[in-house]
Design a protein around this ligand. Structure first.
Ligand SMILES: [Zn+2]
Length: 390
């Protein structure tokens, strides 16, 4: 039964989800007069694949990472990990499910401080402020861009736009390439003409092509036009929306309405960054990390912490992780994640794990390499500095 359908049967807005009423072995008893049994506090949980359908091909590198059988290799180019975000316009598609069938979103709404921590909740409410994806482009993605927070608030009824970042974790085609930012400034008239005529060659040709290899990272501020070439497999961190404006829609989407989020290109193009991006200007957005031999590698840099944080972790043989909502993606090896009490979660290549804040200080152990993705630092005052249209 779907989460929404199950909850629809619960009377009273303040009633807990039905399964919260069930006796849970080992659960602490509530001190109320009825002695009701309540759910254990959240613990780190291994998440299964969650692959909402997409308009483009890909996904074999995701299946290989997860060790999925060959027959599931066609499950799609995106795996939304620890997602509380839905596909644009959809009420449920995209949400991650926890063991037992609740959505992560419902679980967080029932215990936001336990999952996210007090400081995060004070800043972002019950939103995780983060979406992590595994994205394996089996074909080149179209030239597109995403709205800023300010534009999303004004035109799309969303508190978040979509600044995103890519951590390249695999390549499967020769000359793996991504594309970001127009090399030369583009006039509003030219951008409008490209979209009207669907001039793919001109749009793609105007972007900076960037050769990438495993370990490279790219931050894509809202507004910046971009594309991902075939064979590039990334762990993507982004703000928790599905807001994309697809300039190059004709060979990819059914109609232009799907490309401009229903607001029309005349409005949608207002948040396109048409300014020139020289290699020097792009440089702060790019990092090369493959050669860094350290147990902890900051993958995205200080400027991104208003949007998201990511580290590559290689415990040798153990390391402690400070408390905080986080998502682990194990890229290689085997090990475990230990949290307070006797909780220990086995990890292996392809494991994806959501860790609640209340797990406290955890210990990562084993011969493994993992990415730890985290929401924005709640203390960063103005995250729009990087994300607003220039
Ligand atoms: Zn994008």
């Amino acid at each position: 039964m779907s989460d929404v359908a199950r909850l629809a049967g619960v009377k009273g807005a303040d009633s807990p989800a039905p399964e919260a009423m069930l006796p849970v072995p080992g659960a602490p008893r509530e001190s109320g007069q009825f002695g009701r049994l309540v759910r254990n506090p959240p613990r780190p949980v291994t998440l299964p694949a969650n692959q909402p359908s997409q308009f483009y091909r890909g996904g074999t590198q995701i299946a290989a990472l997860r060790g999925a059988p060959n027959e599931t290799a066609g499950c799609g180019p995106e795996d939304w990990v620890a997602s509380t975000t839905t596909r644009f316009g959809e009420p449920e598609i995209g949400l991650s499910l926890l063991p037992g069938g609740r959505t992560l979103r419902t679980a967080i709404e029932a215990d936001p401080t336990g999952w996210l921590g007090q400081a995060h909740v004070e800043r972002f409410g019950t939103s995780t402020a983060l979406l992590v994806k595994l994205l394996d482009a089996g074909q080149r993605l179209p030239v597109h861009y995403h709205p800023s927070d300010g534009f999303a608030r004004t035109h799309l009824h969303s508190p978040f736009g979509k600044t995103e970042a890519w951590i390249v974790v695999g390549t499967s085609e020769p000359d793996p390439t991504v594309y970001a930012g127009f090399r030369d400034g583009v006039s509003a008239q030219t951008a409008d003409q490209w979209v009207s005529t669907q001039d793919s060659e001109a749009m793609l040709g105007a972007l900076n092509p960037l050769s990438v290899t495993v370990g490279d990272t790219v931050v894509i501020p809202a507004g910046l036009p971009h594309a991902i070439g075939p064979g590039v497999f990334v762990v993507e961190l982004q703000q928790p929306t599905d807001l994309s404006i697809t300039m190059e829609w004709k060979e990819f989407l059914a109609s232009p309405e799907d490309a401009h989020l229903g607001i029309g290109f005349a409005t949608a193009l207002q948040c396109l960054d048409r300014s020139p991006w020289s290699p020097e200007r792009l440089r702060p957005l790019l990092r090369v990390t493959a050669g860094i031999d350290s147990p902890r590698v900051d993958l995205l840099g200080a400027d991104a912490t208003g949007f998201f944080r990511a580290e590559r972790l290689s415990p040798r043989p153990t390391m402690t992780l400070d408390p905080g909502f986080s998502v682990l993606v194990v890229l290689a090896g085997n090990g475990s994640l230990r949290s307070a009490g006797d909780s220990e979660l086995a990890l292996h290549k392809g494991s994806t794990v959501v860790v609640p804040h209340c797990a406290g200080t955890t210990t990562l152990a084993g011969e493994l390499t993992a990415i730890r993705a985290r929401p924005p630092d709640a203390a960063v005052a103005d995250p729009s500095l990087l994300g607003e249209v220039r």
